[in-house]
Design a protein around this ligand. Structure first.
Ligand code: ADP
Ligand code: MG
Length: 331
């Protein structure tokens, strides 16, 4: 097992990724330097950390670890309606990660940076005796006042979600063996892929500016995150379980088992956008989604019940009881 030192690692693996952005100064200085947006846009700033053993599995391919570290932040940008511009990366590396692993990580990061035309502006590299972690701080821009928030929803508005829900939670179950096993190996692979490489809805987030009254990205679980949106908006929410969009792989894997459906609704790591919009804007929402190249589905509505509560109803209209709403970190 060969191992580069900190400075060779930065020079060989990270500096090439910084070439897209002059602000990075080639990673040869102590910090990045950039002018504020010339068009008067506001800056949007987010940070998200992935810890091996918590958000990613030690066995996950390094390319996908890098892509997920980037994409969960792109999803936060999407939730704010922002245009991502650049990022800094803090890497806490453990002895378990050799040079080949880090080269894979850099290759995965490079691929996604070029997909979204993003520059690596800088970062920090340290060693840790604990599990490795990767923290990305992302910068984005939004026209003044045009950012989306969680708090603007009103009773009576439709609730929408992008893409499909539950693939990632089912995919994690496939990878760990602690979940329903898809009969079709292609389904198993598709679900595992969604866990390892989420699809941030960046274009949709921007298209929803001025249209969505409240929005967030689903990371903790659909029911839990809907509760967050409802609470911030001072509303209750009603979620129609049968309306929640499932991929063909998820539908086949869930079957009719209520425990598997509960996993879909509460599992998390979806990185889809959940948002509210006035009833009369349904056609505009569909047009925005079509323009962004992603499907959106109406899954319920905000109402005037107890603030922050989510009523999940089955296809017969009867309430479904879930053991938990979603994921909460505890320490
Ligand atoms: P030190 O910790 O000794 O101050 P620096 O933080 O100055 O080292 O790092 C040197 C350069 O390398 C800086 O430009 C910094 O942004 C960059 N850098 C360090 N680690 C990373 C990383 N993981 N990803 C991207 N750039 C990095
Ligand atoms: Mg320094």
């Amino acid at each position: 097992m060969t191992r580069r030192g900190e400075f060779d690692l930065i020079h060989d693996l990270f500096a090439p990724l910084a070439r897209r952005h002059p602000a990075a100064l080639g990673l040869t200085d102590d910090a990045a330097v950039m002018p504020p947006p010339a068009d008067g846009s506001h800056l949007v700033i987010s940070v998200d950390t992935l810890v091996i053993g918590v958000h990613i599995r030690p066995e996950d391919p390094p390319e996908s670890v890098a892509r997920k570290a980037l994409r969960v932040n792109l999803s936060d940008m999407a939730a704010m309606g922002a245009t991502p511009t650049g990022l800094v990366l803090s890497a806490a590396l453990s002895p378990a990660l050799d040079d080949a692993w880090l080269e894979g990580f850099a290759a995965g990061l490079d691929a996604d940076l070029s997909t979204w035309s993003l520059g690596l502006l800088g970062g920090d590299t340290v060693s840790t005796p604990g599990p490795a972690s990767f923290s990305v701080t992302m910068l984005g821009t939004v026209p003044p006042g045009a950012h989306l928030t969680r708090s603007g929803g009103s009773p009576g508005e439709d609730l929408w979600v992008s893409g499909t829900i539950g693939d990632s939670a089912l995919g994690l179950g496939v990878l760990t063996g602690d979940g329903p096993a898809p009969a079709d190996p292609a389904h198993a692979a598709a679900l595992a892929r969604r866990y390892q490489v989420p699809e941030p809805r960046v274009a949709l987030g921007q298209a929803l500016r001025g249209l969505a009254t409240a929005a967030l990205d689903v990371s903790d679980g659909l029911v839990a995150d809907l509760g967050h949106l409802a609470r911030a908006s001072g509303c209750a929410a009603r979620l129609e379980a049968a309306a929640v969009p499932l991929s063909a792989a998820a539908r086949a894997t869930v079957g009719t088992d209520p425990a598997h459906l509960a996993r879909v609704l509460t599992g998390g790591d979806d990185y889809e956008l959940l948002f509210a919009a006035p009833r009369g804007q349904a056609a505009a929402v569909q047009a925005a989604a079509a323009g962004a190249g992603v499907a959106v589905t109406r899954i319920g509505r905000l109402d005037s019940g107890a603030v922050g509560t989510v009523a999940v109803v089955g296809s017969d209209g009867a309430p479904l009881t879930l053991a938990r709403a979603g994921w909460v970190h505890r320490w």
